[in-house]
Design a protein around this ligand. Structure first.
Ligand code: RP5
Length: 211
């Protein structure tokens, strides 16, 4: 099947530039090519799978203004890890480590991040500042921290971004939803992650019906 071969070759060029060097595809293809099989075995089915599932390399950056935010942010980390999504967790403070925040935001793409989840409380500038520094989607988690008056300060600092610099803001202390949303963004391009979300939704439904 010569035409499938040449179509595959062109898809491979687009999706696997780095892997062409050693002549073997390291792409984690869906069944039956999952793993490290070289791309000498392929079919039009494989080609379709590759076209649909272009994103196998992803990582979520989870950052927070203080270690005291961790109990909330851990909910996102737990959800992502349960769905086999790599996570990088860091404390980055917009006000107390501004240089580190700039470096983190500017280098996010080259460090392989796909989505950033940023949590902060009170005058919560971290998510918005990161959104200004990176083209990646930023999900903001307002935290009812000890320096927050009643949570509204955290919510509004993250939510009320100027036009052009969005932050996808979840509910106060909504670490879990931030993790789910990040997984859904990745799942739009990755079948395995998407199927994991589908199973999670099914579990939610079953819990409600059983109650
Ligand atoms: C914010 O101030 C942090 O994100 C945290 O929510 C809050 C309190 O920080 P700590 O005083 O606990 O370090 O910048």
């Amino acid at each position: 099947n010569g035409s499938a071969r040449s179509l595959f070759a062109s898809l491979w060029k687009e999706d696997h530039p780095a892997q062409q060097k050693n002549g073997a595809c390291q792409y984690r293809c869906p069944q039956p090519w999952r793993g490290q099989k070289p791309c000498t075995e392929f079919s039009s089915a494989h080609k379709d799978q590759i076209a649909m599932s272009t994103s196998t390399s992803f990582k979520v950056g989870v950052v927070m203004g203080s270690k005291s935010d961790l109990p909330i942010m851990q909910q996102a980390v737990d959800f992502l890890e349960r769905h086999s999504i790599p996570v990088e967790v860091k404390v980055v403070s917009a006000h107390r480590t501004p240089d580190w925040m700039m470096e983190y935001g500017k280098s996010a793409v080259e460090r392989g991040l796909t989505v950033i989840i940023a949590g902060a409380g009170g005058a919560a500038h971290l998510p918005g500042m990161l959104a200004s520094l990176t083209p990646l989607p930023v999900i903001g988690v307002p935290i009812h921290s000890r320096n927050s008056i009643d949570g509204w300060d955290s919510v509004l600092s993250i939510l009320q971004m100027p036009g052009g610099v969005p932050v996808a803001t979840v509910a106060l202390d909504g670490g879990l939803n931030a993790g789910i949303l990040a997984a859904q963004i990745i799942g739009a391009q990755n079948k395995e992650v998407r199927e994991g979300i589908e199973r999670y939704k099914k579990e939610l439904e079953e819990k409600v019906l059983k109650a």
